[in-house]
Design a protein. Sequence first.
Length: 268
Amino acid sequence: MSELLTNRIEPAVDAPGDDAYTRFAFALDDGISSRAAIGLVVLATDHTIEYEWRSLLALPGVAFYESRVENSAEITPATLREMDDRIAPGVALIRPGEHLDVVAFGCTSASMVLGEERVFERIREARPGIACTTPITAARVALDALGARGVALLTPYERPINEAMARYLRERGVDIVRMGSFEHRDDNEVARIDRASLERAVTELASDPAVDAVFVSCTSLRLAAAIADLEAKLDKPILSSNHALAWHALRLAGVDDSMPQFGRLFAV
């Protein structure tokens, strides 16, 4: 075996000699994350969040790095709880030993079922003391920053999860006055709900005079590109899980750039 290994590392017959080989000096800059390095934990079934974040975080010096965690495509309270002990190992895979400014956990419903503080505990097992956010955390902070009072909640989830999420938000000071849902539990198909369906549902919820803003929950739903147009049409703030999560991660990392092309939230 040792002879075989020796043969493998012998230089090629035509390898250049020392007089034809140059070792170059080099300098190091701050890399592509000179302003902010953001870690993102993505669900194995998620089709959408990375795609939307590539636009929302397209700023010089800002980079995000993700890992994926195993999950079931079936969205139920039981399958959401199963992610608890997978979060820390997922975080540990993101740039081990290198600096991160923020870690975001990319699942709205699991953050609600497990509880935000539990998710933060799991993140900090791998990254002690780091700033953390989840989509539901980001939505709460965003709604407060926008001054929204009456909020409509749109989800793809089945009714028990919807009712639990509305209760969770109300207990934390978010006044949910309207709710709507596509009531579909297959995460792979939720990612394929089209823009027209989303816009129709958002428009109907926003038409209620009691609604000041609409929060569209679920990182699989593709809404970020439509938000500015919807806000211009409806004259009310609209936010989605991926949209709010990207905004909050940037703000936690100290990036305060105004990007109104992504809607009202990105201008505050």
